[in-house]
Ligand binder design. Structure first.
Ligand SMILES: *Cc1c(COP(=O)(O)O)cnc(C)c1O
Length: 429
């Protein structure tokens, strides 16, 4: 069982904490760049390959800009995320709108930015046409849902049948027919059938489903399929005993299916896309928190200064996040703890019955793999405030890339003309 080690040392974190108090999220520029490059290398056999980073995983402009420097685009689901992508210099077809239940104005915003629009439902064909006054982009992407269960080498890994996303095969065909009649000349196909997968054959099996559909669209309707988007869903090794997915093997697996299905059909020019969020960023970020209380009742509780507002996955999904007691890396785990936050909710526990080296008040804990779906899922329950985000630069310096919220931020939405409570957002006043 491999030991999971943080990408920072206690001394580095104490130095950062002296300037920006805990809790905070910290990201490694080095790891972000390494992962982006490894993904690019794995798909270098496909000249058009693009990773559209799923902005929702880590919507920080500094991080999105680093990824853009590495050649990544942005996968967005809302107008707000489109605005963020645009602010990071990501332009045109480097932006993908993979949304569902989409308001008209989001389509307009996507079209204005020249983004690729990925339609989630058949009725969206008419909505899109109406929203854009009939001026459709030349290229539209369609989201497929094959239904049933989705299996990989280790059994069922997803249940598309119960997923709200995507269209049936008949609906995809009908959407392509209608869009062609409206002047759309190029198509993309997209599907997201399983989340946090731990196997190397998820993408290859998904690719086969989408490639076969692409061939069918091309043969039956004579339309040009230019893009196949394998979306997100590749998982990471949250637990020490998990084996990380080998991204090179994933790329190679997809290449084999590409050569088996698309190339013989004369479709060897199809560009591939990914929309990885978790795989790209989760291991490149951690939540840093200090132990401020210990209480022993029927369990030994360590109270920390972070809570589920900073990282909700354990509370909401019972998700495992590995914890390192900084300065005690590699020491035997001899004591059993529950690591808890301050929310008035019993689910606010980062770990239950977790074996750790002996912990003392004042110790720093590093909660691993919080770089994706961590800060971004944060909320303000119990009046808790979202923490800062720091970036560990490649030269070893720290940069504040988002400040912590203050009570004024919490009260800001009460600050409007006529509000009796505006003064709450101006504590100095
Ligand atoms: C959430 C999401 C992603 C990213 O998923 P990960 O599991 O983080 O890789 C990509 N595409 C779409 C459409 C999504 O909703």
């Amino acid at each position: 069982m491999g030991e999971k080690l943080p990408f920072v040392t206690r001394d580095q974190l104490e130095r950062a904490a002296a300037q920006w108090p805990t809790p905070f999220h910290v990201y490694s520029e080095k790891l972000i760049r390494e992962r982006a490059r490894a993904l690019k290398a794995a798909f270098s056999w496909n000249p058009g390959f693009t990773e559209y980073f799923a902005v929702k995983a880590t919507p920080n402009p500094t991080i999105v800009s680093i990824l853009a420097e590495e050649g990544c685009g942005c996968d967005c689901a809302t107008a707000t995320e489109l605005t963020l992508a645009n602010a990071c210099g990501v332009r045109g077809e480097r932006i993908m709108l993979s949304s569902n239940d989409t308001p008209d104005e989001d389509y307009r915003r996507a079209r204005d930015l020249g983004a690729i629009i990925n339609l989630d439902s058949l009725d969206m064909v008419d909505c899109l046409s109406r929203a854009l006054d009939g001026r459709l982009p030349t290229m539209v992407c369609l989201r497929f849902n094959p239904g049933g269960n989705f299996t990989a080498s280790n059994g069922i890994i997803g249940e598309p049948e119960d997923s709200k996303f995507g269209m049936t095969v008949e609906q995809v065909m009908e959407a392509a027919r209608r869009l062609s009649a409206m002047g759309v000349t190029e198509f993309g196909l997209h599907a997201f059938l399983a989340s946090n997968t731990q196997v190397e054959d998820y993408y290859p099996r998904l690719a086969r489903v989408l490639f076969e559909l692409a061939v069918r669209l091309s043969r039956d309707l004579g339309v040009h399929v230019r893009l196949v988007d394998l979306s997100g869903g590749i998982g990471i090794d949250y637990r020490p005993e998990d084996v990380p997915v080998g991204i090179a093997a994933v790329g190679e697996g997809v290449r084999r299916v590409y050569e088996e299905v698309l190339v013989p059909a004369g479709m060897g020019d199809v560009a591939l896309a990914a929309e990885l969020g978790r795989w790209m960023l989760a291991p490149a970020g951690g939540l840093v928190t200090r132990v401020i209380h210990e209480k022993v009742t029927y369990h030994d509780y360590l109270g920390v200064d972070a809570c589920a507002s900073n990282l909700m996955r354990p509370a909401v999904y019972g998700a495992y996040h590995h914890i390192t007691v900084m300065g005690h890396e590699g020491e035997p785990a001899t004591k059993r703890y529950n690591v808890v936050g301050r929310l008035c909710e019993n689910s606010d526990q980062f770990a239950r019955d977790r074996m750790l080296p002996e912990v003392h008040i004042g110790d720093l804990l590093f909660i691993h793999d919080a770089g994706a779906h961590g800060y971004s899922m944060g909320y303000n329950y119990n009046g808790t405030l979202r923490s800062a985000e720091l970036l560990l630069r490649e030269d070893g310096s720290f940069e504040l890339i988002r400040r912590a919220e203050t009570p004024a931020d919490y009260f800001a939405t009460l600050d409007f003309p006529g509000s009796r409570f505006s003064a709450l957002a101006h504590p100095e006043g």
